[in-house]
Design a protein around this ligand. Structure first.
Ligand code: E4P
Length: 318
């Protein structure tokens, strides 16, 4: 990865806009520029794309909806200089084969388009094939440290087996902070602990240069932004409404410590992988561990997230 070529400044948190509406990219991009900042990239998901398409009040066939999704993503690519995530369509019955097919197609749209995959067992199988082919992926719907650990380990083993993959960006991990807060858990601690897990790989587990980016998602408050910057998350994605608040703050206010310590949220203790999990040294062993739940990549909120994306997507179909 050539940081200069992709305009990535190491040790700085880069802002992405969480939206499927190209007009919002123009609007928020301008606000950012006035403040000497930048909307570097984008995240979309089936709900955000469906929201944009439903504003046109038309029912669509599946084919039309996918075609329009591509059009929207390509419009966004023209506006932002960095990565734009587009998600594969997946319900609970979607096979990895199907996700691979969609992912390969999405990756041809543009070199800056990143393929978002659900963090499920089928999603991991699809990840193997897509990463092998050098396609940049974004693991979405991440709610646990075991999921983060499994993504890091998977990436490490892919590189060990197939050599460094040739992407313009490293792969991303998207912990969903706000949805964890919603159920009373401290979502920001998943980002903090996830950064520590990444460090653990870099320092102890990887013999190869190890690069993977944290993308703090499901961001709901100014404090989430401040805490993400303090955690040194490489990327943060937030909705337009929140950036309007953020860019209206003075530099001093942006740099001041988060003021609301929400003590009602349950603490998330750092998850230390047991030695037999730390010692996994092949993809086969990793898949054995995740399919038997010795390394648990399942999460109820991941399932609920998939259900919501499917329901929102189906809402726009005829
Ligand atoms: C981005 O990649 C996510 O899909 C998004 O941040 C989810 O946000 P929400 O929990 O507000 O829907």
């Amino acid at each position: 990865m050539d940081n200069k070529k992709i305009n990535f400044i190491p040790n700085k948190t880069h802002f992405l806009l969480d939206s499927g509406d190209p007009e919002e990219y123009d609007e928020i991009g301008k606000l950012a520029k006035v403040r000497g900042s930048e909307i570097w990239g984008s995240t979309t998901n089936p709900s955000l794309i469906a929201k944009k398409l439903s504003s046109e009040n038309k029912r669509l066939t599946t084919k039309e909806a996918f075609k329009l999704q591509k059009q929207i993503v390509m419009q966004i690519v023209q506006i932002v200089p960095g990565p734009v995530s587009a998600e594969v369509y997946a319900d609970h019955t979607t096979s990895s084969k199907n996700m691979i097919k969609q992912g390969q197609e999405i990756s041809t749209w543009h070199e800056r388009v990143v393929v978002k995959l659900p963090t499920t067992i089928e999603g991991f199988k699809a990840r193997t094939e897509l990463r092998k082919k050098g396609i940049c992926t974004n693991n979405t719907l991440v709610f646990s440290q075991q999921q983060i650990f499994a993504i890091c380990l998977h990436e490490q083993l892919i590189q060990k087996k197939y050599g460094p993959t040739n992407n313009i960006y490293p792969p991303f991990i998207s912990p969903f902070v706000g949805r964890l807060d919603d159920i009373g858990q401290n979502g920001m601690q998943l980002v903090d602990n996830g950064m520590q897990i990444k460090e653990h790989f870099k320092t102890y587990l990887s013999k190869l240069p190890f690069s993977i980016w944290m993308l703090e998602a499901s961001v709901r408050s100014i404090d989430h932004i401040k805490l993400g910057i303090l955690a040194k998350s490489e990327l943060i994605t937030a909705p337009a409404k929140l950036y309007k608040e953020w860019f209206a703050l003075s530099n001093k206010e942006q740099e001041s410590a988060p003021d609301k310590i929400n003590s009602t949220l349950r603490e998330l203790e750092y998850w230390q992988a047991p030695s037999e999990i730390n010692g996994i040294d092949s993809l086969d062993k990793l898949f054995e561990a995740i399919t038997t739940n010795r390394l648990n990549v399942l999460h109820e909120l991941t399932n609920q997230g998939i259900d919501k994306f499917v329901a929102d997507w189906k809402n726009i179909l005829s």
